[in-house]
Each structure stands twice: as structure tokens, then as C-alpha cells.
Design a protein. Structure first.
Ligand code: HPA
Ligand code: MG
Length: 176
């Protein structure tokens, strides 16, 4: 398979430095009974590093995963979002930190926030490694953002194109 060149936008060192700062901000802003909820699949690399940065910063919080799928994500979105894998933890009365790789249209994260609020979460905050405001189609902002990005398609560090590139240690744009 041909591998097109990828222009690096954020190196692994830049990502690592930013995540240390993000972890300290999150630790300072959120209570000790926070439940972390990474949204799979895209967030798994970021979440693994963020969880360890939080532990270094003194925040040793429980974690549970949720897998959401949004049909037609990427090109045209039907707006339909499915819970593919649900939480095992109850969020009632808890403070929740939702973790995702990218805040794009905002549909998936708005769905997640509303769902968790409807289940009685006391507070729901959103942490996105990347924020692409040019693509937003709903009224939603992240509470914690790693990097703001322009409207170009990015891969690596968990972000995929048709299932590929998730294992790249950096974030880049496919050229050509
Ligand atoms: N890359 C990968 N997945 C995405 C992107 C992107 O830029 N935006 C929304 N999902
Ligand atoms: Mg994807």
C-alpha cells in the first residue's frame, strides 16, 4: 500500500509537554472523586498518556470507557450516535471528565455530555486533545483543550483515517 507523506503538526515531544500542563490544570479544577471517561476509539492513546500525567500530578482517579459511534462521521453525518459499549460505572452524583481525541462537529461529545447529565452526573467536563472550531455544528466547548487546530484532516496519536495511522507517535496532516 502506498504511504503518502505526512506533515507533522505536533511532535511527540510537543504533545507530551502539553499533556503535563493539561494534567495539572485538570487536577486543580476537578474534585478527588472524579470519574474519567475516555470515548473510544480515538481517545485511547491520549487517554493512556493523560491518565499517567494525572497520576504524576497526584490525581489517581478511576476510569471507565464508553464507545460511541457516529454514522457518517468524517464526511456527512446523519446525526445518529450509537452507544456501542456502555459504562459499567454509575455516574449518578459524580463528577465526570470526558476525554476525547478531537472536538470536531461536537455532536458526539454533546451526546455524551447530555447522556451523562441525564444519568445524574453532578458535573460533566470535557477534555479534548484537539479542538477544531471551524467544524463545529452544535453549541459546545471543551473545558480543557490540548491544541486548537485548523480545518485539515489529521492522523496519528489515536486519530485514524479509515482505521489507519492510529499508532503514529505524532499528529500530522496527510499531504496530497
Ligand atoms: N482526523 C481524524 N478523525 C477525525 C478528524 C480528523 O481530523 N476530525 C474528526 N474526526
Ligand atoms: Mg475516526
Amino acid at each position: 500500500m502506498e504511504n503518502p507523506p505526512i506533515a507533522i503538526r505536533f511532535s511527540s515531544a510537543e504533545i507530551a509537554t502539553r499533556i503535563e500542563d493539561l494534567a495539572r490544570d485538570i487536577r486543580d479544577a476537578m474534585p478527588d472523586d472524579t470519574l474519567m471517561v475516555p470515548i473510544l476509539t480515538g481517545s485511547f492513546v491520549f487517554a493512556a498518556d493523560l491518565v499517567r500525567a494525572l497520576a504524576r500530578a497526584g490525581a489517581d482517579w478511576p476510569l471507565d470507557f464508553m464507545t460511541l459511534s457516529s454514522y457518517g462521521a468524517g464526511t456527512r453525518s446523519s446525526g445518529q450516535i450509537d452507544i456501542v459499549r456502555d459504562l459499567r460505572e454509575s455516574v449518578a452524583g459524580r463528577s465526570v471528565l470526558v476525554i476525547d481525541d478531537i472536538l470536531d462537529t461536537g455532536r458526539t461529545l454533546l451526546f455524551a455530555r447530555d447522556l451523562l447529565r441525564n444519568r445524574g452526573a453532578r458535573d460533566v467536563r470535557i477534555c479534548a486533545l484537539l479542538d477544531k472550531p471551524a467544524r463545529r455544528s452544535v453549541d459546545l466547548q471543551a473545558d480543557f483543550v490540548g491544541f486548537a487546530v485548523t480545518d485539515e484532516f489529521l492522523v496519528g496519536y489515536g486519530l485514524d483515517k479509515a482505521g489507519r495511522y492510529r499508532g503514529l507517535p505524532y499528529i500530522g496532516a496527510i499531504e496530497g
